[in-house]
Design a protein around this ligand. Structure first.
Ligand code: NAD
Ligand code: UDP
Length: 315
């Protein structure tokens, strides 16, 4: 398929999702500017792109303003795993809020279209299940997850205010748990933790009793959704949920990882972190209806590919 070449900024482009998005946009022939402060991202995630004539890495912290000439902005910069966003919670809020202000200001000035990587965390510990976009959430304002949840909620507010007040062309996507190759092996997220533990035959650490649920989306499916949303007609701005609606308990996930890796690991139980949501499952009717988007890979297929990746980096 032939695409019109655009100049596209990906903030957080050296991270897990951002690097896959850069791959996709470079492949389509766009001029891609990857902006990252390399806090949780890494040069190795985009090393294969550095020599490409239509790719550029800009090392910059999104909390500081920057002026660039671009047609589109995917705003992904923000640490996403609890151990990283809790490492410096004040900075996490600054990245979400000041980062959004800086990018929305840029979008306004150069008339770029801008997509925000929001999150299912804006629903908090949801009392509505599965979560629809019309649900306003159940979020603790003062807990250890609040820096991430409230930062992302405020970013959504800013997006909609810039849209109403300044006619900025926005898109807001609420991403549910996504996994795949290039997840950081030590970032503490459940899929990377379990695979690393299983491949090294160490104990699998299930927090709580493992009855809490999540719905896991493979990265390629999510990237397809983000690109479709950016290219959606201007009257569909979101917020739109994106994730895989297949719901699993964390204990089921642990058992599946053990089976797929053929590991000798044992499951052990550790305390449940504060404010850990009990259940999470996206209602993706809106994405289906407006974008004709739904995930194509189930958990077992996606885990198999992710395990292959971790085998190559753990030798
Ligand atoms: P990640 O930690 O791998 O990527 C985030 C990137 O942002 C990293 O490269 C990091 O260095 C960069 N960054 C952080 N703070 C920055 C700053 N101040 N200035 C410039 N760059 C900065 O995480 P990810 O999983 O790739 O997540 C990407 C985005 O998607 C995040 O905004 C996250 O909130 C959102 N999201 C991800 C998931 C998921 O399951 N992976 C779910 C919901 C939302
Ligand atoms: N979890 C777990 N063991 C781990 C890491 C995470 O049981 O080693 C649980 C965690 O308590 C949560 C779920 O897995 O209930 C998903 O955690 P993750 O940090 O990946 O994402 P989030 O909580 O942000 O959805």
């Amino acid at each position: 398929m032939k695409h019109i070449q655009k100049r596209i900024l990906v903030t957080g482009g050296a991270g897990f999702l951002g690097s896959h998005l850069c791959d996709r946009l470079v492949e389509e022939g766009h001029e891609v500017l990857c902006l990252d402060n390399l806090f949780t991202g890494a040069k190795r995630n985009i090393g294969h792109l550095i020599e490409k004539p239509n790719f550029e890495l800009i090392r910059h912290d999104l909390v500081e303003p920057i002026l660039l000439e671009v047609d589109e902005i995917y705003n992904l910069a923000c640490p996403a795993s609890p151990i990283h966003y809790q490492f410096n919670p004040v900075k996490t809020v600054k990245t979400s809020v000041m980062g959004a202000i800086n990018m929305l200001g840029l979008a306004k000035r150069v008339k770029a279209k801008i997509l925000q990587a929001s999150t299912s965390e804006i629903y908090g510990d949801p009392t509505v299940h599965p979560q629809t976009e019309g649900y306003w959430g159940n979020v603790n304002t003062i807990g250890i997850r609040s820096c991430y949840d409230e930062g992302k909620r405020c970013a959504e507010t800013l997006f909609f205010d810039y849209h109403r007040q300044n006619r900025v062309n926005i898109r807001v996507v609420r991403i549910f748990n996504t996994y795949g190759p290039r997840m950081h092996p030590n970032d503490g997220r459940v899929i990377s933790n379990f695979i690393v533990q299983a491949l090294s035959n160490s104990d699998i650490t299930v927090y709580g009793r493992g009855e809490q649920t999540r719905s896991f989306c493979f990265v390629d499916d999510l990237i397809e959704g983000l690109v479709r949303m950016m290219n959606a007609p201007d009257d569909f701005i979101g917020p739109v949920n994106m994730g895989n609606p297949d719901e699993f308990s964390i204990l089921e996930l642990a058992q599946m990882v053990i089976r797929l890796t053929g590991s000798r690991s044992k499951i052990i139980f550790e305390p449940l972190p504060q404010d850990d949501p009990l259940q999470r499952q996206p209602d993706i009717s809106l994405a289906k209806e407006h974008l004709n988007w739904e995930p194509t890979l189930n958990l077992e297929q996606g885990l198999t590919r992710t395990i292959e990746y971790f085998r190559t980096i753990m030798v």
